[in-house]
Design a protein around this ligand. Structure first.
Ligand code: NDP
Length: 471
């Protein structure tokens, strides 16, 4: 199988030095294209090109960088159809959701283009003028996962180049093509060497995290990989943004309007077949509404049309890869063995493809793997509670701290509960909503650092204090 995609190093499309590897379509379990594989020497070349380009790119006038990002957004828009199909083929999600992902990529690029890099006035007195400026860091290494491949690449790469850094991108080996295409488009706009991409199975990410000439790593993925990156980053004190796993809890208060919250809870728990870092992954429901809400969620689950993402009318695609599919199957089997009641789904579909229907499991409590661990897939455990303090304690009794939510009609009561959740974002009557202007990040083992908004942008800069003496 011939690959039609290339690495980009120093503005040039190049083939990988190693043998290309097949990328599987999760709807068929068959390879649909080959991906170029870079050698460690090509990682070095990409970093060297980015470091060389940084010398001049960092001084590009701000207005020019803003205009470049808008041009990139125009190109993403012009290639939207191809990008959406690529996302569906490599990731599995229904085409309509892939089109939303491309829309998000455009929106985030334009929003980032228009952000200003602030100069903070610290002192303006007869003695001195003191200002806090922001300077780019150098070469940024971006390592991305397989759930939202295009959008997360945009989240990493646009603030990097907006603030005057150069980058080397390394997408997940499961979903490399939409990012390869994105970086090809970026290369039509930025000077040679600013935007580099290296793909390859195993070792490429590690070569980047231990590289002495990369100044920052922005990573989205699993907590163990985040820990490995943090260890390696110590050698040259790389700055880090780590957006890791979550096991987000949602708490439904007794006064919640189930007509409203049931569809919203389903949407936010099963967004992208549940493969979303900040999806709702454990649901705590007050005993007064427990059975009712369980039945409603199971009904919505059973109405989904599960199938290949390119097929007409499909609302629910496959799990992205075999390992994740096996993990979901294993957690559901364990939940059954622990007394969980399957209200919908509960077993993989027969035939080719990693299809697992949306699964609602009732009758579980904490201490069962499906509740305690991140499932990152199409299954939601629904846990009964009777006392709100106990529900909050259970929601917080987890190593992760990405997001959390409270669902209820009395907003002030919900706000009080939300403020007690140990997580980076607390939603009320919503979950998993991320927006370009809202800083987003986790606490505890879900990582640190922020993305989006001015706070997210500044993570790609180092402060420089300018102190002008007037004495
Ligand atoms: P990983 O964290 O292993 O992979 C994510 C990215 O990191 C990929 O690009 C991968 O490259 C790269 N990588 C892997 N190991 C290293 C390393 N030691 N140093 C540097 N880079 C590395 O995630 P998985 O794909 O294995 O998924 C496993 C779990 O991660 C899921 O079950 C889920 O819980 C969680 N996850 C969380 C996501 C989130 O949004 N927070 C997204 C995806 C997964 P390569 O593909 O070449 O191995």
């Amino acid at each position: 199988m011939q690959t039609t995609f290339s690495l980009f190093i120093n503005g040039q499309a190049v083939q990988g030095d190693r043998d290309a590897f097949p990328v599987i379509n999760p709807a068929t379990e068959e390879a649909f294209a080959d991906c170029p594989a870079a050698s460690p020497e090509q990682v070095d070349q990409a970093v060297a090109a980015a470091a060389e380009a940084f010398k001049t790119y960092q001084h590009t006038p701000d207005a020019e960088r803003k205009a470049m990002l808008h041009k990139i957004a125009d190109l993403i828009e012009a290639n939207a159809e191809e990008l959406a199909r690529l996302v569906t083929l490599e990731q599995g999600k229904p085409l309509a959701l892939a089109q939303m992902e491309v829309g998000g990529a455009i929106g985030w690029t334009r929003y980032t283009a228009d952000l200003d890099i602030p100069v903070k006035l610290i002192e303006d007195s007869p003695e001195r003028l003191v200002e806090l400026h922001r300077k780019p860091l150098g070469v940024v290494g971006s390592i991305t996962p397989w759930n939202w491949p295009l959008m997360i690449a945009v989240w990493h790469l646009m603030p990097a180049i907006r603030t005057g850094n150069t980058f080397v991108s390394k997408p997940s080996s499961f979903t490399p093509f939409s990012t390869l295409k994105l970086v090809e488009l970026i290369n039509q706009v930025v000077p040679a060497g600013v935007a580099n991409i290296v793909t390859g199975e195993g070792g490429i990410g590690r070569a980047m995290t231990s590289h002495p000439n990369i100044q920052k790593i922005v990573f989205t993925g699993s907590t163990p990989t985040g820990q490995d990156i943090m260890r390696k980053a110590a050698d040259n004190l790389k700055r880090l943004t780590l957006e890791l796993g979550g096991n987000d809890a949602g708490i439904v208060l007794p006064d919640a309007d189930l007509d409203k919250v049931a569809p919203a809870i389903f949407q936010t728990a099963f967004l992208n077949m549940g493969q979303t870092c900040a999806a709702l992954k454990r649901l705590y429901v007050h005993e007064s509404q427990y059975d009712d809400l369980c039945q409603r969620l199971a009904k919505i689950a059973s109405e989904q049309k599960v199938g290949p993402g390119l097929d007409e009318g499909v609302t629910f695609g496959p799990v992205q890869n075999k390992a994740q599919f096996d993990l979901v199957s294993e957690l559901v089997e364990d939940a059954k063995a622990q007394g969980g009641q399957i209200l919908s789904g509960g077993a993989p579909l027969a035939g080719a493809g990693y299809f697992y229907p949306p699964t609602i499991v009732a009758g579980l409590s904490d201490g069962v793997r499906l509740v305690d661990e991140e499932q990152f897939g199409p299954v939601l455990p629904v846990v009964r509670y009777s006392d709100i303090d106990d529900a909050v304690a259970r929601a917080n009794n987890n190593v992760n701290g990405l997001g959390g939510s409270v669902w209820g009609t009395d907003i002030e009561a919900a706000r009080k509960v939300a403020s007690r959740l140990e997580c980076g974002t607390a939603w009320i009557n919503n979950h998993a909503e991320v927006l370009p202007h809202c800083p987003f990040g986790g606490c505890k083992m879900s990582g640190f650092g922020l993305e989006f908004g001015e706070e997210g942008l500044l993570e790609y800069t180092a402060p420089q204090l300018l102190n002008i003496s007037r004495g």
